[in-house]
Design a protein around this ligand. Structure first.
Ligand code: SF4
Ligand code: SF4
Length: 446
């Protein structure tokens, strides 16, 4: 069985400090890593021990529904690790083997791990509907971490880690290009409003550090412009660090040590300018990595971390907003709705910015993933990505004629437009929630 994505080569994984374990040592190395994780992550052990195979999660997983592949049934996916855990770490599994759902770890298992743990979007919808709260996303995170620790990962993830190390952002944008892009956006805003709205880069002694996605400097500039207008109107002292021009943190998606390194960069950047507040831009998993893991897991910090949509919502009452004549809906990014407590804030903001806000069904913490979550954005996986995005397309199409689809996460912004086109929707504006704020805010002469 061949995994459906390009796998990083030995020299490539070595470039990010994760040397490839020789083939003959893979089994021992995987078992050692699994042993380490089951000791340090008790929740993982509980999830591996407690599935009754009731089947509830099957119809809740868009990955299984879209691909109809048995191994994408959440319980079957987790079983890829559960059977190994039982075989090597439980008495019944060691003694009775397959009769007790235990399997040897071999080359076929390794290949299945690489295939199916990269067809899980880590969306956590299965956990919401499991009577025991079994969170297959956590099993997926653990499996991907183990694989990367022995030097096996998609080339796509490795490439992003190289860029993160070199430049502090996924796209590998160097500091001079960041400044150029900021000036370009400043010119755009000057032309539109007649005002001198700044996007300050590396400004010392700033109260607020804003961490956008690097994509907000190229493909999602309206999201960046919306945030800049908000800060301008509020008159706050803010900056963007060129060393962490990235709300995304792909480490959470394939290697927890890589995640910690990026969180350390965030801490260093905030400390360097003396920021007391770090505001994370529109990125789902990046929000989870920053909020849940910076202080407790990566580094004690002396600043508060809030999300841009939370921050905007806190100031909503004083913003000069006009309602745009749009029928608009919101896609809830999974890491906001099921892991990040960003649920009502985007709704309040959108209701203030558009004339007609409508909900898709289901929504909030029952929302379906876009199919790109957990960084499955590889071109070579396009066919699978479209299957994973099927439920999302159905949700949007069921709403009838829409003018705007808000998807306040960079991964969703990369995935959903392709999915919508694939399923025949090509006359829909799509972007972030901050994009709407930027367009609805009455500033200057415009
Ligand atoms: S819903 Fe929970 S207990 Fe039931 S099969 Fe899925 S993971 Fe297992
Ligand atoms: S986390 Fe999401 S994609 Fe992964 S198994 Fe659960 S429902 Fe499916």
């Amino acid at each position: 069985m061949k995994p459906p994505m390009h796998v990083a080569k030995e020299n490539e994984v070595a470039s990010i400090g994760l040397p490839r374990v020789p083939k003959q040592d893979e089994q021992t190395a995987v078992l050692k890593k699994l042993d380490d994780l089951r000791s340090s992550m008790r929740s993982l052990m509980v999830m591996l021990e407690n599935c009754t195979k009731c089947g509830n999660c099957a119809k809740q997983c868009h990955s299984y529904l879209g691909t109809e592949d048995y191994h994408n049934f959440p319980a079957a996916r987790a079983d890829l690790m559960r059977r190994i855990y039982k075989r090597y770490f439980t008495w019944t599994g060691r003694t009775f083997g397959r009769f007790f759902g235990a399997d040897d770890f071999d080359a076929d298992t390794l290949s299945k791990w690489l295939t199916y743990f990269y067809q899980c979007n880590e969306c956590r919808r299965c956990a919401k509907f499991c009577p025991f709260g079994i969170d297959t996303a956590e099993v997926t995170i653990a499996a991907r971490h183990i694989l990367s620790e022995i030097g096996i990962m998609p080339k796509f993830m490795q490439g992003i880690a190289v860029n993160m190390n070199k430049t502090g952002n996924n796209m590998g944008i160097p500091q001079p290009a960041i400044v150029d892009c900021a000036e370009f956006m400043e010119d755009e805003m000057r032309e539109e409003t007649g005002l001198d709205i700044k996007i300050p880069i590396d400004k010392p002694n700033s109260d607020i550090l804003y961490i956008p996605s690097s994509a907000d400097f190229f493909t999602n500039v309206d999201t960046m412009i919306g945030a800049a207008k908000l800060f301008h109107y509020l008159g706050v002292n803010w900056t963007i660090p060129s060393t962490v021009l990235e709300a995304a943190n792909f480490g959470l998606l394939f290697n927890l040590n890589v995640m910690r390194e990026h969180n350390q960069r965030l801490k260093a950047a905030a400390t360097a300018v003396g920021a007391k507040l770090v505001i994370q831009g529109e990125c789902g998993h990046g929000w989870r990595a920053a909020k849940a893991y910076t202080d407790g897991c990566s580094a004690p910090v002396s600043f508060e971390i809030v999300h841009i949509l939370d921050y905007c919502d806190q100031h909503l009452g004083k913003l000069p907003l006009k309602k745009l004549p749009l029928r608009a809906t919101l896609h809830d990014p999974c890491n906001y709705a099921r892991a990040g407590e960003i649920v009502e804030q985007p709704r309040r903001i959108m209701r203030a910015c558009v004339e007609n806000f409508v909900e898709m069904t289901p929504n909030r913490d029952e929302n379906f993933c876009c199919g790109g979550g957990s960084g499955i954005l590889m071109d070579e996986m396009m066919e699978i990505r479209m299957k994973l995005g099927k439920k999302k397309a159905e949700q949007v199409i069921a709403l009838g004629k829409l003018d705007y689809l808000a998807m306040p996460c960079s991964i969703c912004k990369a995935q959903i437009p392709v999915v919508m086109k694939y399923y025949g929707v090509d006359d829909l504006m799509m972007g972030g929630v901050m994009d709407l704020v930027g367009k609805a805010m009455i500033l200057g002469e415009a």
